[in-house]
Design a binder for this molecule. Structure first.
Ligand code: FE2
Length: 437
């Protein structure tokens, strides 16, 4: 079982071999045990302290000593903004789950891009992907120079063997791998499916809590970062894949890049159990905005306007009086990509199934379907617990463009918009008596 350290954005320190971590300095003339010191910068050197991210890695070989010539290779279905070929017609879109393939497919080929937003080359925007994995990576390593990766397992556990240590995840948990962190993705069971947000923008961080105060929502202590773990493998004739500039590149390496014996810093991968999120909501009447369910946010330069928010809809009590309790009808400047990890989503009791996903783009109307409206407007408003459910949303200030792959999927529900057709006209005009005549 991997071991972890607790906290969010701490200055962590960890060593797999006692004495490997320099004390009181980052770059001694000779690092213990003949290790090399290497800094990994996740922010510009001069970023303000609150957003300054870097770690020092003490490794068997520096990264540059373990690469050859890079060649561009086929990225398969992993696309990047703004390289999308097709736009679906305007309107709400929803898909059924994409089945796992019946052939061996590692993480590298298993990323299927559904939407992209922004521009990978300017570090703005994001992409929503589905990953389908039936084979562990062997003798293959990868890092993403284009974005931070937020993995949301939906079916099957995944092990991330990273430079910083090992992270195991199962459905109900997430893992975040910062830009530039090398890893190998392995299966914990026979196969794995999940969602992946590739965040081209600023690193995910915890949202401000404002008047909520110091507690609730996602609490820092529930985030877990691995302890140092390394492998010493040479003469392996392996491939290092790099996603860079929207393309996929490959170089041959002869030594495992997961050779970091000790590290310290605040730029590191982490996991989080979504079931530990402590929701806060209205307790008398009315409906708060879904922003109260934000677990992580990638801010933009504009205050309060996220490059992408990661928002959860977990188990919770509904207690409000004289209130339409499901999410209200909505048109939004932000674009909303939703997925369902397990259970039932209250605004869409039918048709939105675990593993499926939907897109309500910028200024696309959406809201509860006819069945949900009917139920919610006639239900007895006693306290009700939504149990065993976990939906999420990637909400971006940038419109999301659908890939040709996603637009042509057989899983695209062509009749999705019909779920609102049953919304009847209920307006009854009260006749105003005219006194004339
Ligand atoms: Fe919405």
């Amino acid at each position: 079982m991997p071991k972890y350290q607790s906290g969010f954005g701490n200055s962590f320190e960890t060593e797999a071999v006692e004495g490997a971590l320099p004390v009181g300095r980052n770059s001694p003339q000779k690092v213990a045990f003949g290790l090399y010191a290497e800094q990994l910068s996740g922010s510009p050197f001069t970023a303000p302290r609150a957003t300054n991210e870097r770690s020092w890695l003490y490794r068997i070989l520096p990264s540059v000593g373990n690469i050859g010539r890079f060649e561009r290779v086929d990225a398969g279905l992993w696309l990047s903004a703004p390289e999308t070929e097709l736009h679906l017609p305007m309107g709400p879109q929803r898909w059924d789950p994409i089945p796992l393939p019946d052939y061996p497919q590692t993480f590298i080929g298993g990323v299927h891009t559904i939407t992209t937003a922004g521009d990978v080359s300017t570090h703005t925007g994001m992409a929503s992907h589905i990953y389908l994995i039936t084979k562990s990576m062997e003798n293959e390593y990868f890092y993403n120079a284009d974005g931070e990766m937020l993995f949301i397992p939906q079916q099957g556990g995944v092990r991330f063997c990273t430079e910083f240590g090992i992270i195991d995840t199962e459905p109900g948990e997430i893992a975040v791998i910062p830009r530039g962190v090398k890893l190998r993705v392995e299966l914990l069971g026979g196969s794995a499916r999940g969602y992946l947000c590739e965040n081209y923008g600023g690193s995910f961080t915890l949202p401000e809590r404002g008047l909520i105060g110091a507690n609730c929502l996602a609490n820092p202590r529930d985030f877990l970062t691995p302890v140092a773990a390394y492998e010493e493998r040479d003469g392996i004739g392996a491939s290092l894949y790099v996603k860079w500039g929207g393309g996929l590149w490959r170089t041959e390496i002869d030594h495992s890049p997961l050779d970091v014996v000790a590290w310290h810093g605040n730029y590191a991968p982490y996991k989080y159990d979504l079931r530990l999120f402590s929701p806060v909501g209205p307790v008398l009447f009315d409906h708060a905005d879904p922003s109260i369910f934000t677990a992580l946010t990638s801010p933009s330069e504009t205050p309060g306007t996220a490059n992408v928010d990661f928002v959860l809809f977990p188990d919770r009590w509904l207690v409000t009086e004289d209130t339409f309790r499901p999410p209200w009808y909505h048109m939004n400047i932000m674009s909303e990509f939703m997925g369902l990890i397990y259970g039932v989503y209250d605004a869409k009791p039918e048709g939105f199934v675990p593993g499926g996903f939907s897109l309500h783009n910028s200024m696309t109307p959406h809201g509860p379907d006819a069945e949900a409206f009917e139920g919610a407007s006639t239900a007895e408003l006693k306290p009700q617990k939504l149990s065993g459910t976990m939906a999420f949303m990637f909400e971006s200030r940038i419109p999301q463009r659908v890939t040709e792959y996603a637009a042509k999927l057989g899983e695209l529900q062509t009749g999705y918009v019909d779920c609102w057709r049953g919304l009847e006209r209920r307006f009854v005009e009260r006749s105003v008596a005219t006194s004339r005549g």
